[in-house]
Design a protein around this ligand. Structure first.
Ligand SMILES: Cc1cc2nc3c(=O)[nH]c(=O)nc-3n(C[C@H](O)[C@H](O)[C@H](O)COP(=O)(O)OP(=O)(O)OC[C@H]3O[C@@H](n4cnc5c(N)ncnc54)[C@H](O)[C@@H]3O)c2cc1C
Length: 397
């Protein structure tokens, strides 16, 4: 019988892993299992569409390494397969002295991570690039860009299928049993015998780890919804490229920013609101299981206690459009409520430890013939091809 490798999850990380497994093991059958009817229905299809080049991440961390090599691979992949993308650069804007200090640290981080062309802009240079932006200091990051991640995922799927792989939709894996020389995965109706399985289950990664390995979860996924507004066509001229605030270094969230999407639309957001459902894309959606799972976790209570005003501020920006507008006006004061229409939302699978610390770096664990991607937050889409290489070289042999 043909030997096979499996991947749970048809988001961008799962598809990238399957694609790279196929290149590495051309004689094996590669099978992707996706519970939904389409690929990329969750984080990968609901993000900002930005190519991050490695500005923010702790030098030496997995994120820093994989973002830098990931953006190169992703742009090369897009060039090769004629997928729409553009290295348009972004400006990171400090609004006061405190943020100007953080911006200097970011410049140092980016330089340590090997970024090219970082440059503090003069007032005139900023005005030429982004005339409506108000800044105390502005840092140009010329290597960042925008891309159509849905098109990237479609292409990955197409390549997997063209090389005799399979992408099985509507296939929720609910049982994994380790044998002596194989691992058997099942969706309750059918079984697949595999040499190894890689779980890239995004918002469900921690539960899947517990269920399939019977080990305690070393961390907990806490869902943070990110909500967007769109700019109406008459306000599009207010943003030319990508305009970001200086993020608070305590959090993995980048703050409400302006994004020129690859379609030409202008998006504003996302905030970072604790979601009462892991796949809850509007603030009225609620899951008892998901909410109980989060609020009974001692890490979550420790997080809330330490970050109460942050959490409330983000929650307020979800229920009060004026609070959201205020965040946007910090960067572009001319933005007005009448420029907004409601946009989409995504939910971040953010790992947290038992002390309430948000885990910034990517996290992967192997247990027998199972490899689990436990934390793949932003820039997981940019870095997906590099994450796949890392998993294969470190965990599949
Ligand atoms: C609001 C937001 C903005 C972001 N902006 C950016 C950005 O601009 N640039 C960037 O690089 N990154 C960004 N990110 C991060 C990026 O989107 C993620 O890092 C990346 O999409 C993670 O991909 P994934 O495949 O791990 O997860 P997902 O895309 O969530 O995919 C996981 C898949 O697993 C499936 N699944 C789960 N359980 C099972 C099961 N039992 N059986 C079968 N299938 C299962 C799910 O249905 C899902 O399709 C953003 C994220 C969010 C939420």
């Amino acid at each position: 019988m043909e030997s096979a490798l499996g991947v749970i999850g048809g988001g961008i990380v799962g598809l990238a892993v399957a694609y790279k497994l196929q290149l590495r093991y051309p004689d094996k059958k590669i099978i992707v299992f996706e519970k939904d009817a389409e690929i990329g229905m969750h984080q990968s299809g609901r993000n900002s569409g930005v190519l991050h080049c490695g500005l923010y991440y702790e030098p030496g961390s997995l994120k820093a390494k994989l973002a830098v090599s990931g953006i190169r691979q992703m742009t090369a992949f897009c060039r090769e397969h004629e997928i729409q993308h553009e290295i348009c650069g972004k400006v990171v804007v400090a609004s006061d002295e405190r943020e100007a200090g953080f911006l200097k640290n970011l410049h140092a981080r980016g330089t340590a991570n090997g970024l090219q062309g970082l440059e503090f802009l003069t007032g005139a240079a900023l005005a030429q690039r982004e005339p409506y932006v108000s800044a105390k200091e502005a840092l140009l990051v010329p290597e960042e860009g925008i891309v159509d991640y849905k098109a990237v995922m479609q292409k990955l799927k197409e390549l997997i299928l063209a090389r005799n792989g399979a992408v099985l939709m509507g296939t929720r894996i609910n049982k994994v049993v380790e044998g002596n020389n194989e691992v058997i995965v099942s969706d309750g109706t059918k079984e697949w015998k595999l040499d190894a399985v890689v779980s890239c289950a995004g918002l469900h990664s921690d539960r899947i780890y517990r269920q399939f390995t019977r080990q305690r979860r070393p961390l907990r996924i806490v869902p943070f919804r990110g909500e967007y507004m769109m700019l109406k066509p008459e306000a599009k001229h207010l943003v030319n490229h990508l305009v970001y605030p200086v993020p608070d270094p305590e959090y993995p969230f980048l703050g409400v920013h302006f994004t020129r999407m690859i379609s030409g639309a202008r998006e504003v957001g996302p905030n970072a609101v604790f979601a009462l459902k892991r796949e809850g894309y509007v603030n009225t959606q609620f899951s008892l299981k998901d909410t109980v799972d989060a609020v009974t976790y001692k890490g979550f209570m420790a997080f809330l206690a330490k970050n109460f005003s942050f959490s409330m501020g983000e929650f307020y920006s979800s229920i009060n459009a004026k609070a959201f507008l205020k965040k946007a006006q910090k960067l572009i004061p001319d933005i007005k409520m009448e420029h907004f229409v409601k946009g989409t939302a995504g939910v971040r699978a953010q790992a947290m430890d038992a002390r309430g610390k948000l885990i910034m770096d990517f996290n992967v664990i192997r247990q027998g013939r199972q490899v689990h991607v436990l934390n793949a937050p932003s820039p997981g889409a940019t870095a997906s091809l590099a994450i796949a290489d890392y998993i294969i070289s470190e965990y599949i042999n």
